[in-house]
Design a protein. Structure first.
Length: 323
């Protein structure tokens, strides 16, 4: 069965999908979503209760956990959950920032769930994951930006699943040294901070973030010996020179793992898609990134930060932090 969609068909209404703040407009302007090209079609099937997708959904819902898969309306949800993988989203499902491209709800977050690190770790254990990706909403309301919550979750996962590698996709923590050091002390195996878009578009697409600050964070991560990863979204109005400059900036600031994907407009008040980038163009930028020196590059219309994250890295050949 083929679906032509921006938001994936989830088949059951989960607790995450009920967040009323997701209905808040991103802007005063209405931008009707555009018809998707053929290469953006996704093949899915209705799951049985015994299918991996249903197993992951039951696990997430039973423990009342959030995933970026649902909160950000990722088009790969069915594919990834059928592979028995999911990206856990820590610190709630309400972000303190209102980026124009993102479908995560924004507003005033609730207090941290102090039991969440334990619940996530037990979920990783129950699913038998060998590689897990943790992300979080921006929590600018917290002094440490949520760094301690990340660290506690990582430590819990290592306790219950010592052979599971841990990848974290972090906010910028406002480039606070103390927050980054808290994260480093927990020793995740990969630290990802997405640049998201090119420098010229930052003021429009993600006004509460700063391009140079994100590069500063990435350089800091790399200098502390961690495998450093970032991601770029295309289709927001960037030029070839913008992309080339961004890739060179990322490499110069220590990034060695890279993802490049297509922007999909989540709703009518989000930033409009400026172009649907053809698959061969993604192939071009993948080759260019390898020429620049990146070690691992995933580039394609449906590629997202954690898409097949367990496959895009040879852990045996890397000097990973000691657990």
């Amino acid at each position: 069965m083929f679906f032509h969609f921006t938001k994936g068909p989830h088949f059951k209404k989960s607790k995450e999908g009920m967040n009323p703040l997701k209905k808040k407009p991103r802007s005063k302007q209405t931008n009707p979503t555009k018809a998707l090209p053929d290469w953006m079609k996704v093949r899915v099937s209705f799951p049985k209760d015994s299918d991996p997708l249903s197993v992951v959904r039951a696990e997430v819902e039973t423990r009342e956990l959030h995933t970026v898969c649902e909160s950000a309306s990722c088009p790969n949800l069915n594919h990834c959950w059928n592979r028995k993988t999911a990206t856990y989203m820590l610190a709630g499902d309400i972000c303190t920032r209102r980026c124009q491209y993102c479908d995560v709800a924004f507003g005033k977050p609730k207090s941290l769930d102090q039991s969440e690190p334990e619940k996530v770790a037990r979920s990783v254990e129950a699913l038998g994951l060998k590689h897990v990706v943790l992300t979080a909403v921006n929590r600018d309301d917290l002094k440490d930006g949520g760094a301690n919550h990340f660290a506690e979750t990582i430590q819990k996962i290592k306790t219950y699943s010592p052979h599971c590698t841990v990848e974290v996709l972090i906010p910028d923590f406002k480039a606070k040294e103390e927050s980054l050091q808290i994260l480093y002390a927990a020793k995740p195996h990969i630290i990802n901070h997405n640049i998201e878009t090119v420098e010229r578009l930052f003021p429009t697409i993600t006004p509460q973030k700063n391009y140079r600050r994100s590069l500063e964070v990435l350089a800091h991560i790399a200098k502390h010996g961690f495998v450093t990863k970032s991601g770029l979204i295309l289709g927001l109005g960037e030029s070839e020179l913008d992309i080339k400059t961004c890739l060179e900036d990322l490499f110069a600031h220590g990034v060695r793992m890279l993802t490049i994907g297509q922007y999909l407009q989540p709703g009518p008040t989000h930033y409009p898609v400026q172009s649907f980038v053809a698959p061969e163009v993604f192939d071009f930028w993948k080759e260019r990134a390898y020429q620049i020196g990146f070690k691992t590059v995933a580039s394609g219309p449906l590629v997202r930060s954690s898409y097949h994250a367990d496959e895009y890295f040879d852990f045996k050949t890397e000097n990973l932090p000691t657990v």
